[in-house]
Design a protein around this ligand. Sequence first.
Ligand code: AMP
Ligand code: MN
Ligand code: MN
Length: 316
Amino acid sequence: MIEKIKRVLEHENKFLVTTHVDPDGDAIGSMFGMYFFLKAIGKTVRVYLKDSVPYRYAFLPGPEKIEKDLKNLGQEVILVLDCGDIKRIGDEYNLLTEDRFIVNIDHHETNGMFGKINHVLKDASSTAEILYDIFMQFGAPITYEIALNIYTGIFTDTGSFRFPNTTEKCFRVCGEMLHFGVSPSYVAQMVYENHPRERFLLLSEVLRTLEVSEGGDVGIVLLTSEMFKKVNANYEHSDGFVEYIKEIKGIKVAILIRELENGKCKVSMRSKDNVNVGRICGKFGGGGHKNAAGCILEGKPEEVREKVKKVLSEEL
Ligand code: AMP
Ligand code: MN
Ligand code: MN
């Protein structure tokens, strides 16, 4: 498979790189890492991202121009990175019709295999780690820009090397990135110690809604539209709130339910050890990984909480 991808990257000249909406560090790191790699081997590269780059990843070097619509697509090879479901690149996914040459590089358990080439490694910590192996096939130099993006992708998708997807390989690849100038403390500061105060005002509202159920196994918090308004915060400020709930002793499943504009809620689930939230979110039409997954459900946050609790009480 990696040979096939190598051939495409070598023989084709025009590429468009993209990733999922609501992008995380692996999404942005993989997309920008691939951008700089393709530039380094002399290719023409476009980058398409429906959402903006979140403030916590704004330090990552990336292309000057990020396109926000797909309408003027040419004959580019489409590289979809870190995206388990083609719909998650945004509502313009339907412009990527059958005749498009899509290369799907990912590590989601629930990947839809929507590409002409599907390189999906469920045991990889991150898409950035998979890209490292691809880049190594070329003997092209790893630049600081590529290294910083790869490092950040692995660092964030392993929860700073804390989640069960953390392997020896993560440390090896990240260690190697230090040779190219990456500073771990700089990355950690940018990602974790660079928040606007609105985030904490919002967090104080959210923590008040904590409900622990299933005999202490499940912790759920809610984030309503009113809370966003009250502290003048936006969706981006709540990135990672679910991780705090996972820090509670004994919690096996942490859940954050965020109200969206359209009468729906975004549900984020995180689990410890053997509880598979990817499968649980799959039941709701979403997906993800064993220990980190998400889905979108109809209803107000309180209603969604009841729906989720019902399924959890059957599953745990
Ligand atoms: P999040 O809670 O948004 O941080 O997502 C956790 C993981 O689940 C990420 O790897 C996402 O890519 C995946 N994920 C989140 N929402 C969805 C969804 N609606 N459908 C499929 N996968 C999702
Ligand atoms: Mn991701
Ligand atoms: Mn990922």
